[in-house]
Design a protein. Sequence first.
Length: 453
Amino acid sequence: MSRLFGTDGVRGLANGLLTAELAMQLAQAAAVVLGHDRNTNGSRPRAVVARDPRASGEFIAAAVEAGLSSSGIDVYDAGVLPTPAAAYLVADLDADFGVMISASHNPAPDNGIKFFARGGQKLPDDVEDAIEAQMTNEPVRPVGVDVGRIQRFSDAEDRYIVHLLRTLPHRLEGIKVVLDCAHGAASGCSPQVFKDAGADVVVIGADPDGHNINDGVGSTHLGPLKEAVVKHGAHLGIAHDGDADRCLAVDHEGNEVDGDQIMAILAVALKASGKLKDDVLVATVMSNLGLKIALREAGISIRETAVGDRYVLESMREGGYNLGGEQSGHVIFADYATTGDGVLTGLQLAAQIALTGRPLKQLATVMTKLPQVLINVRGVDRTRVHSSEALAASVAVAEAELGDTGRVLLRPSGTEPVVRVMVEAGDELTAQDIAERLAQVVRTELALELVTD
């Protein structure tokens, strides 16, 4: 039987895989593993529950809260808020754990459930496994005065906004920003916090109806944001995804500024102010080589991890580092947050424009992105990527050809018969040529049919 938890909680088609019954079972199991088993002060355990504005989040939240309260957990219903807000509120309230109901950048029919431990920390695999194992046991069923209560967390959004404002190194007066909230969880709090910080705010994608989340807007569809930034003469644009744990940006000319460039800007700024712990940035193996080159020249080293913000977080915790993230826009400020926070990232980026007086386009020149070509080779035996001698020899030839001007990365999918061939080089043609050659070797040596995207 396959593992229920994926790389970011339990996610799937709402009322398909993710039913009300499953949501209640998960909540009842989490009540034991994260609540009763870890609560040592004798009081009734407490949990924060939040969601994004998907229509299915209404019945899933009801099922989760029913499962928790019927298991003797006091529930604080924070309503529609970003994932990082839920994580922050767990810590701020000193709750035993938290639940976020969201499918992030997925389309509206999907949904998901993720848990945060005390302090707003993401769960390691062994704790998720413990929750999954607990689902086979009888739930805890207190009666009378021992059942949990459900109450509205009425000042949840205000607490989060005040927290964000306290992180700012500079007010945003004189900065005009376009915010694309992806018709998602940030539709209320992101415009409010930017206005409170002094910015002139134009908002798009902030009219959620339960079914339009991520639909043609947000960080996965930057076209509307680019148009709006140019049309309104804004200094920058900020794009969130459905649960606002990521941020991509657009400069005043409508050019995309991705997560690598954002991390480069912020890492250099933190180092200059003496606030970058050990002069280290944590990033995944998919970050552009241009990031590593730029930061090396700035006296900053990179600690590389596997793909996924959970691995970035693990490395940051182990080394005590305070800045990390992914090319996709998950940026983690460990001084202020326990997970990626797109609103926080956007604020910090806008603050650098206000602080330096330099446009985002100029700030982004701190790094030069090398051309990157990615080919997904489908229908292959991904388990033999690292054992094929012929493939290893071809990679060695490609790496010798690139020298210090590029790199090769072959990455098997964790869930599909797919091998991802990524090549970076000094020019697009070289990157494309080498990527296609290696994709052909993967096709031949792993001996299955190839379909490329």
